[in-house]
Design a protein around this ligand. Structure first.
Ligand code: NAD
Length: 355
């Protein structure tokens, strides 16, 4: 057994009335000049927050852009610095949290996050931004939120397609953490529980889209999966999604859903015991097949070709992936990465054994 246990986590309040803790939490952090960031879907929640915090709010941003482009964020950061903002509150999906993190990073201020999707960014110290169409990411513990408020009813409005793809995005974090080097056994427990809870919640949601207990389960699962992302190293799946997202601006969560079964197939013979645990949770013969079956059962995205990705771009993307540092059970093998991308593009069940 060999592991490093050095986990970090925000303070988390998970409750039906989590937002009622907001003022206290802001006071405890010591914030008195707030920039409130929300995406379009969270505008009415942000209005309620603004009323509650009243004279603490100094700056509001109610529109965000996926992958946090610098030309969008620069004026927002400049204004925050001018106003002497000392805390950022971000409410919305991963893109809102992402802008919150860049404000935390640039202004050196604490972040309080109120997520509304299953992306899990609120549990990680990883920031992302786009400069000249190149997506950059980094890790800085100053961007890990000080506090996260999970209020399940904020996810009730998530449309079906965002729910299921965002759920598969969360599962991808936990699956890749399982074959991360020197994984803490506690993070592994969170990953296994996260996959189990997400799979069960997603299946329940597919049966009954109004199922509020499934929503609660999924939000809890997304917290666990986000925690595993923040406390392990991601492998080829995240490398591919990062590259395709940056190069072709593919939608984040559906792209994760489409790539995951094939990235797992690529690793299956190289991380056998860990991926057997995933297969066991999903009730399938192999993890890759179990993930494909889950995503098709719940109506998540299963093929990159449906996202306007073109097979003609595979070689180019493979070259870019090959130029990056890869921490993964199976080393980079050009022909098999091409095979992986072709399979993810077509979306057929990963039954072929010649990997
Ligand atoms: P998103 O934040 O772009 O949201 C997708 C859409 O859903 C948006 O239109 C948003 O307005 C809407 N939405 C959000 N919550 C809603 C709700 N409750 N009801 C109705 N609509 C709602 O997408 P995402 O998948 O949450 O996040 C993707 C971004 O997060 C990417 O940029 C990705 O790189 C980043 N991310 C970062 C990390 C990290 O650790 N740094 C982890 C995961 C994702």
């Amino acid at each position: 057994m060999e592991f490093i246990h050095d986990t970090r986590t925000p303070r988390v309040i998970f409750a039906d009335n989590a937002l009622s803790h907001l003022k206290d939490e802001v006071t405890k952090i010591g914030g008195s000049k707030v920039v409130l960031v929300c995406d379009e879907s969270a505008r009415s929640v942000a209005e309620t927050i603004a009323e509650e915090l009243n004279n603490l709010i100094r700056q509001k941003v109610d529109h965000v852009v996926m992958h946090v482009p610098d030309d969008f964020t620069e004026p927002i950061i400049a204004l925050a610095k001018n106003l002497g903002i000392d805390i950022v509150i971000a409410v919305g999906g991963g893109s809102a949290t992402g802008l919150g993190k860049i404000l935390a990073l640039e202004c050196r201020i604490p972040l309080l996050a109120i997520p509304t999707t299953y992306a899990g960014s609120e549990m990680t110290p990883i920031w992302g931004r786009t400069k000249n169409n190149i997506k950059l990411t980094g890790t800085d513990h100053s961007v890990l939120p000080k506090v996260v408020l999970y209020q399940p009813n904020l996810t009730y409005t998530l449309p079906q397609s965002i729910s299921v793809n965002s759920g598969m995005n969360a599962i991808a974090h936990a699956v890749e953490s399982l074959y991360s080097p020197k994984l803490s056994p506690l993070v592994e427990l969170a990953a296994l529980e996260g996959i189990s809870v997400m799979a069960s919640g997603l299946r329940k949601l597919a049966q009954n889209f109004e199922d509020q207990s499934a929503r609660e389960e999924l939000f809890y699962g997304s917290m666990l999966c986000g925690f595993t992302l923040g406390n392990s190293k991601m492998g080829i799946h995240h490398k591919i999604c990062h590259t395709l997202g940056g190069m072709f601006n593919l939608p984040h969560a559906p792209m994760h859903s489409a790539v995951l079964p094939y990235a797992v197939k690529y690793n299956e013979k190289f991380a056998q015991s860990q991926l057997a645990k995933v297969a066991n949770i999903l009730g399938s013969e192999t993890a890759s097949q179990g993930l494909w079956d889950l995503s098709t059962e719940i109506g998540a995205e299963y093929a990159l070709k449906n996202l306007q990705f073109s097979e003609a771009d595979i070689e180019n993307a493979t070259q870019v992936i090959s130029s990056q540092v890869l921490v993964n059970p199976r080393p980079f093998e050009h022909d098999f990465v091409v095979k992986l991308l072709k399979a993810a593009n077509n979306g057929t069940r990963p039954d072929d054994e010649s990997w």
